[in-house]
Design a protein around this ligand. Structure first.
Ligand SMILES: C[S@@+](CC[C@H](N)C(=O)[O-])C[C@H]1O[C@@H](n2cnc3c(N)ncnc32)[C@H](O)[C@@H]1O
Length: 273
C-alpha cells in the first residue's frame, strides 16, 4: 500500500515537474521580475492567416493528416496540425525534436513530409531515473513512429546531449522535453546550435498550458534567445506553441482572454482498429 502511494506521489510530482508546474512562490517572484526586466508580459500573438500568408506557395494546401490516440502525455491535435503545416509550408528537410514520448509528433511530421525528410527524436534513455519513477515500459517510447524509416531515435538526457553531429543542419526544431525553466533554457541552447540558417524555426510546446501562460517556458526562452532577437519570438494563435525564427516579421495583436479566433478547423476522424 505504502509502495503504491509512493509511486502515485512520484507520478504526480513527475508530471508536475515535466509540465513545469513546480513553481514555489519565490521562484515565481523571480520570474515576474525577469519578465519586467525584458518588458514582456506575454508574447505577441500572430493569427494563423497572417503567419501562413508569408508562404503563398502553399496556399490551397491547408490540410494535414494527423494520427492521435488522445492518450496521456501527447500533444493536442491543434499543435500537431500547426507543427506539420509549418513544416510543410516552409519545406522542412531536417526536423529535430526534444521529447519523443509515444512518437506521435515524429510520426505526424514524417507522414506529412514524406520519406525525403529526416526526422530526429531525442528522449531520455531507458535507464534514466525518471523512467523508474514512472515505471514506463520501453515499448512506449516512439511506439507510433517505430515503423517509420526516416525517423531516428536518439537517447540522452538533453543536458548530456552532444549536438555536434547535428549542428547548423536543422530546419525545424520542436522543444517538448522537460518543461522546467532550467531545461527549457538548456534545450533552447541546443535548438539555437542546431539551426541551419536564419530561416530555421524553433517551436516550444506548452508556452500555453491548460489555457494559461506557462512562465517556465516563456522565461526559459527569453533568457536564452539574445535580447535583440526577442522581437522575432511569437505565439501562434490557436496553438499552445511559441515560435522563433530570425526571419519572422509579423503583424501581431494582443490576444484577450475571451476573443473568438478568426479560424475554425474541420476535423474528420476515423477510428482505426
Ligand atoms: C510531452 S512528452 C513529448 C510529446 C511528443 N513530443 C508529442 O508531441 O507527441 C515529453 C517527453 O520528453 C521527455 N523528456 C523529459 N525530460 C527529458 C530530458 N531531460 N531529456 C530528453 N527528453 C526528456 C519525456 O521522457 C517525454 O517522453
Amino acid at each position: 500500500m505504502i509502495k503504491k502511494i509512493r509511486k502515485l506521489k512520484g507520478l504526480y510530482d513527475y508530471r508536475r515537474q515535466m509540465l513545469g508546474l513546480v513553481n514555489d512562490r519565490n521562484y515565481e517572484k523571480k520570474q515576474n521580475l525577469l519578465l519586467q526586466k525584458y518588458g514582456i508580459g506575454q508574447l505577441p500573438t500572430v493569427k494563423p492567416s497572417e503567419f501562413f500568408s508569408k508562404f503563398p506557395q502553399t496556399a490551397g494546401d491547408e490540410t494535414v493528416r494527423i494520427t492521435s490516440d488522445f492518450s496521456y502525455g501527447i500533444s493536442p491535435e491543434n499543435d500537431y496540425y500547426f507543427l506539420c503545416r509549418i513544416a510543410k509550408a516552409t519545406g522542412v528537410k531536417r526536423y529535430f525534436e526534444i521529447g519523443t514520448w509515444l512518437g506521435l509528433s515524429a510520426r505526424n511530421i514524417s507522414d506529412n513530409l514524406g520519406n525525403d525528410a529526416e526526422v530526429f527524436s531525442l528522449d531520455i534513455p531507458f535507464d534514466h531515473p525518471e523512467i523508474a519513477v514512472f515505471n514506463i515500459p520501453e515499448h512506449v517510447f516512439g511506439y507510433y513512429a517505430k515503423e517509420k524509416k526516416n525517423v531516428t531515435f536518439l537517447k540522452s538526457d538533453s543536458k548530456l546531449f552532444n549536438p555536434e553531429e547535428y549542428k547548423k543542419s536543422i530546419d525545424f526544431i520542436f522543444v517538448d522535453g522537460n518543461h522546467s525553466q532550467d531545461y527549457v533554457e538548456n534545450d533552447t541552447r541546443i535548438a539555437l546550435d542546431l539551426m541551419k540558417s536564419d530561416s530555421s524555426i524553433i517551436a516550444w510546446h506548452d508556452y500555453i498550458l491548460v489555457g494559461e501562460l506557462n512562465k517556465n517556458v516563456l522565461c526559459g526562452i527569453l533568457n536564452t534567445i539574445p535580447q535583440h532577437l526577442h522581437k522575432h519570438i511569437i505565439h501562434l494563435q490557436q496553438s499552445n506553441m511559441a515560435l522563433y525564427s530570425p526571419s519572422f516579421n509579423y503583424n501581431s495583436f494582443e490576444e484577450k482572454k475571451w476573443d473568438i479566433p478568426e479560424n475554425t478547423f474541420t476535423i474528420e476522424m476515423t477510428l482505426k482498429t
